[in-house]
Ligand binder design. Structure first.
Ligand SMILES: Cc1cc2nc3c(=O)[nH]c(=O)nc-3n(C[C@H](O)[C@H](O)[C@H](O)COP(=O)(O)OP(=O)(O)OC[C@H]3O[C@@H](n4cnc5c(N)ncnc54)[C@H](O)[C@@H]3O)c2cc1C
Ligand code: SF4
Ligand code: SF4
Length: 402
């Protein structure tokens, strides 16, 4: 575990503290990320368990039953674009509200008893807290993206009641960790469906602090923070208790604050498009194709939804039949994703070469299924591959880490 922490390959998911609560705590470190605090070393048996689920060590491949495989975007049953048919959801959601609409459907139709997801912590509006809820209002309140660390697995094993059924929402790495743990402990079997989103990486807690400082604001002034407020893609918006409001555009918040602070593990993530999720959602915006930032601002967003497993496909069809989601494109061509998600497309092209460079430097990077990585590299230009390979060496030698 110490090796994962020293090499900074921890995602901050929190699962180790749930599995070994007497030995591991979780806290936000000085770099602004959730990280385990080791109170007592794990013994040999515990370490062997840890290695089987920690996404800083390895990510396994699930979802083998899907009929289609795209070399870059992975296995799937279907891909659609659409938006929530519920105006209250659309008003607060990050994209088209697909995730929240699906959660509402799952609760209303009793497919699951509860949803496990993150929302805002009452103690600190910049931090995230885990909610186990079946209250529609809470689900809607917890919509929107939080570009700040979250550790949805920090107490997960205590939260699951074996007599209930759950839907879980988390980052792709949270889902890979939990599904891997489920292979060795049946405690996770009440989780019936795993939902995620395309993930550009977790920005540091400190980047939100810097954003506040850029408005001459402070954490103790804050009444409410929304990372994507208003029209799509939405502004970063702070309301102070004094009534003052500060806003900055999505593009500026990511270019100047969040993007540069994304944690190390995210820069070598082979699973940031949710290969292991049952349903994975993303922004279906039009982009310049260069940097992945949206080229236009419009009133409400559109969601892309990929079903990757049988349960994911069944739920997606039910949600569409029930008109909880209004379809825009029922058969989205997955090859077009490279134009609206160029950041993820680029990542697929350079991740394997970065991992190889780290391996050569004896950094023991996490392992990913080869099919998540290989085909992207084959699409990569030679110059891009070399630049990334040398970039890893330069950063490791100069900064000591990626
Ligand atoms: C760190 C991060 C990086 C992202 N990168 C990309 C990207 O590269 N490309 C892209 O298309 N989309 C990305 N997204 C996702 C995008 O912002 C939307 O969340 C996604 O399209 C789902 O929109 P929605 O309207 O369906 O979700 P909503 O209906 O708004 O629901 C959002 C759900 O996500 C959960 N959630 C929000 N923030 C977090 C978090 N930090 N950790 C765990 N769960 C969270 C909420 O609890 C809620 O259940 C990212 C999101 C995050 C949090
Ligand atoms: S990635 Fe998750 S399981 Fe691994 S060390 Fe970090 S918090 Fe623990
Ligand atoms: S980029 Fe990968 S490692 Fe980083 S938060 Fe997203 S899924 Fe986890």
């Amino acid at each position: 575990m110490q090796k994962v922490l020293d090499s900074d390959f921890c995602t901050g998911c929190g699962l180790c503290s749930s599995v070994f609560p007497s030995k591991v705590d979780i806290g936000v470190n000085k770099d602004g990320f959730y990280r385990p605090i080791i109170k007592e070393k794990l013994d040999k048996r515990e370490l062997s368990i840890f290695r089987q689920f920690c996404p800083g060590v390895k990510v396994l491949s699930f979802n083998h039953e899907a009929p289609f495989r795209n070399k870059i975007w992975g296995t799937y049953f279907s891909v659609i674009t659409g938006k929530s048919s519920n105006k209250s959801v659309l008003d607060v959601a990050s994209s088209g509200g697909a995730i929240t609409s699906i959660l509402l459907y799952l609760i209303e139709n009793k497919t699951v008893d509860y949803v496990i997801q993150i929302g805002v912590s009452e103690d600190n509006p910049l931090l995230s807290k885990v909610f186990v809820t079946n209250d529609p209002e809470t689900l809607i309140n917890n919509a929107n993206s939080r570009y700040t660390p979250s550790a949805p697995l920090v107490d997960i094993l205590n939260l699951i009641d074996s007599s209930k059924k759950y839907a879980f929402v988390g980052k792709p790495c949270d889902i890979s960790a939990l599904k891997s743990y489920a292979l060795i402990d049946p405690v996770c079997s009440p989780i019936k469906i795993y939902l995620s989103f395309f993930c550009a990486g977790v920005p540091s807690y400190n980047s939100t602090i810097s954003l506040l400082e850029s408005f001459s604001s402070r954490i103790d002034f804050v009444k409410n923070i929304r990372y994507r407020d208003g029209s799509w893609p939405g502004n970063f918006k702070v309301e102070e208790t004094s009534g003052k409001v500060h806003e900055v555009s999505y593009n500026q918040s990511w270019k100047n604050f969040f993007g540069p602070t994304v944690q190390t593990r995210c820069k070598i993530c082979g699973d940031s498009i949710g290969h292991n999720s049952d349903l994975v959602c993303a922004d279906a915006w039009s982009s310049s194709g260069k940097d992945g930032f949206p080229t236009e601002e419009i009133k409400t967003g559109t969601s892309l939804v990929i079903s990757r497993s049988k349960i994911g496909e069944t739920v997606l069809r039910e949600v569409l039949n029930n008109k909880a989601l209004t379809v825009i494109n029922p058969t989205y061509d997955i090859n077009d994703l490279q134009f609206i998600q160029p950041g993820q497309y680029a990542k697929k092209q350079y991740v394997l070469i970065r991992l190889i460079a780290l391996f050569i430097l004896f950094k023991r990077p996490p392992s990913f299924p080869l099919q998540f990585l290989l085909f992207g590299l084959l699409k990569s230009k030679f110059s891009v591959a070399i630049r990334n390979f040398l970039g890893v060496f330069r950063r490791v030698f100069i900064k000591g880490k990626l």
